[in-house]
Write a protein that binds this ligand. Structure first.
Ligand code: THU
Length: 303
């Protein structure tokens, strides 16, 4: 089944990069997926500064203070009746024009995003992703007023971020490792050096380079070198792969897409060449894929 999509109507986010936009959309989609929501959903997202969020906080909640994020749900979900357990309640929020269920409004202070990213030592994208996930779970009924609720909300946020490939290891670090691995490339025939760094769900990094052969067909791409190293060391699930090359953006070949799909169909894929970078996901790069659960009645990937 294809996962339900999440769309944002964004105001004030002109400074977000296309890759940030893709990321927050993926985070939204992963929130729906871990919550078990099957209908497409949408939310209005205002990206603003401390001053404006303070005004909104004062007007709407009577609290004269700036904050990082505010969520205003449309549907009356509660911690005991969240969006995933109340499909009928969710269906009432269907907006035929948006072709999605309207979950509510989110306000985020970009000033806070920047400060908190620095404080926690991670990227602004990771901080924004966390706040997006946090507010979407609020819109779906989650809360953190008492310890028990806080714990389950935190677990859901973590699951969604992990599924979206937002990890504690930064993209910069993965790209740097891929570039380092590229230096070991054995490519006397094509002279096209490639390096890859694959991050497993348990936080390990596996690197690889392309290895060519005088019998050309015996060549192994960098991505599969990293993948096979990882699987042979017990890793079976991955959140993100960074691939670097010197001469052009190294989008993975068909064979590598298929090989990666075997283990992590939701994988995030980052490509880098010099200072240029771009990203996508396996579902985008390998649509209508054939995987372990497609062709067999028994899932061969399981032990
Ligand atoms: N190559 C990779 O390492 N990864 C890919 O996804 C595409 C191609 C390598 C294989 C070969 O050594 C060289 O690039 C030229 O095809």
């Amino acid at each position: 089944m294809t996962p339900a999509t999440f769309t944002f109507e964004i105001e004030g986010g002109e400074f977000l990069s296309p890759s940030d936009l893709k990321t927050i959309q993926r985070v939204g989609q992963c929130c729906l997926s871990v919550e078990g929501v099957e209908r497409p959903c949408c939310a209005y997202l205002l990206l603003t500064d401390d001053e404006t969020i303070q005004t909104i906080n004062k007007e709407q909640r009577g609290i004269d203070r700036s904050t990082d994020v505010l969520s205003f749900p449309s549907a009356p979900f509660t911690t005991a009746h969240t969006a995933g357990t109340e499909p009928e309640l969710l269906a009432r929020e269907w907006d035929a024009y948006a072709h999605a269920c309207r979950l509510g409004d989110i306000v985020i202070s970009w000033d806070h995003v920047c400060r908190q990213a620095e404080e926690f030592g991670h990227s602004q994208t990771r901080e924004l992703s966390y706040l997006i996930a946090h507010s979407i779970f609020h819109l779906m009924g989650y809360d953190h007023m008492i310890d028990h609720d806080k714990e389950s909300m935190r677990k859901m946020e973590e699951k969604a971020l992990e599924k979206a490939g937002i990890t504690r290891v930064s993209d910069d670090e993965l790209i740097a490792k891929a570039k380092e691995a590229m230096q070991y490339s054995y490519s006397p025939y094509s002279k096209y050096k490639v390096g890859a760094c694959l991050l497993s769900s348990d936080g390990r990094m596996f690197t690889g380079c392309n290895i060519e052969n005088a019998s050309y067909g015996d060549t192994l791409c960098a991505e599969r070198t990293a993948l096979f190293k990882a699987v042979s060391e017990g890793a079976r699930s991955f959140s993100v792969i960074a691939i670097a090359a010197e001469k052009s953006m190294p989008w993975p070949c068909g064979l590598c897409r298929q090989a990666l799909n075997e283990f992590s169909p939701d994988l995030r894929v980052i490509v880098a060449c010099g200072d240029e970078r771009d990203e996508s996901t396996l579902p985008e790069l390998l649509p209508h894929s054939f995987g372990p659960s497609t062709g067999t009645s028994e899932y061969l990937g399981k032990d």
